[in-house]
Design a protein around this ligand. Structure first.
Ligand SMILES: Nc1ncnc2c1ncn2[C@@H]1O[C@H](COP(=O)(O)OP(=O)(O)OP(=O)(O)O)[C@@H](O)[C@H]1O
Ligand SMILES: [Mg+2]
Length: 251
């Protein structure tokens, strides 16, 4: 079966009317800095307060597959939530494509998140009564993509993940690996600059994990980075850059 890994949707085409603009293309193999944290800390108020992240500095460039690894409770999901603008740091600075997100209001953060980021989670979070193409097209509603353009873009994304033959299937009729590929299509349909994944292979067997990782690796290009939180050493071994999180500190 084609897994689409040789024809992923790139981030440079015309798909997605409200996609990121102004990203500088990488020259050679080293891309531009797309995620940059400096002095970032996150304390959950509690009680008792939990210091989930402490003084984190990291940079991810376009053209990179980055892995975030570490023991349970070390702060990986918190770090991904901060990178995904789903949570705000209690201290420090976060630049996303050069924009200082720390000073943005909630509406601006939401707009930047929608235009710039795509998410893949361990649980696929597909809407059961919608078809694959409807699930993927749904992601375009919030971006204001006109109705007539949503289906063709969703079809293109599903074809890119090797699911062009299951467009009108409902998630309940798909295998776990196929469900995750629909979730990847949904994450990339608006051509985000960064795809953030939290344990994307956590519910998959070895063969399907490898296929999903092929797909995620194939999404990396001169205008895009992929970040994967993982416990899986095989997944981390594929990364261009590995961040180790221990007790909220990143090395
Ligand atoms: N909303 C919250 N309120 C309080 N503490 C929290 C909250 N979310 C996470 N924590 C705590 O912050 C720390 C880091 O949690 P986080 O979920 O980031 O870990 P993780 O590395 O993703 O773990 P796992 O591998 O088990 O998913 C943990 O001590 C956790 O209990
Ligand atoms: Mg976690």
């Amino acid at each position: 079966m084609a897994d689409g890994s040789t024809s992923p949707i790139g981030s440079t085409g015309a798909i997605g009317s409200t996609g990121p603009t102004g990203s500088t293309s990488a020259i050679g193999s080293t891309g531009s800095s797309v995620l940059e944290l400096s002095g970032v800390s996150k304390t959950y108020p509690g009680p008792p307060p939990v210091h989930a992240l402490t003084d984190v500095r990291l940079t991810v460039r376009t053209g990179e597959l980055a892995a975030i690894v570490g023991p349970s409770g070390s702060g990986k999901s918190t770090l991904l939530s901060v990178l995904g603008l789903l949570d705000t740091p209690t201290a420090g600075r976060y630049l996303l494509q050069g924009t200082d997100t720390t000073s943005l209001g909630e509406r601006e953060r939401t707009a930047l998140r929608a235009a710039t980021l795509g998410f893949v989670f361990q649980a696929f979070h597909l809407v059961p009564h919608l078809t694959c193409v409807q699930n993927v097209a749904l992601a375009l509603v919030h971006l204001g993509v006109p109705r007539a353009r949503r289906r063709p873009q969703a079809v293109e994304a599903l074809e890119a993940v090797g699911l062009g033959h299951r467009l009108d299937a409902r998630p309940g009729t798909l295998s776990g690996g196929e469900k995750q590929r629909v979730a990847v299509a949904r994450a990339i349909v608006h051509r985000p600059a960064v795809v953030l994944c939290d344990e994307p292979t956590g519910n998959l067997d070895t063969a399907n994990s490898a296929r999903v990782m092929d797909l995620l690796q194939g999404l990396v290009d001169v205008d895009r980075a992929v970040v994967v939180v993982t416990h899986d050493l095989d997944v981390a071994a594929r990364a261009d850059r590995v961040f180790k999180v221990v007790d909220g500190r990143v090395s």
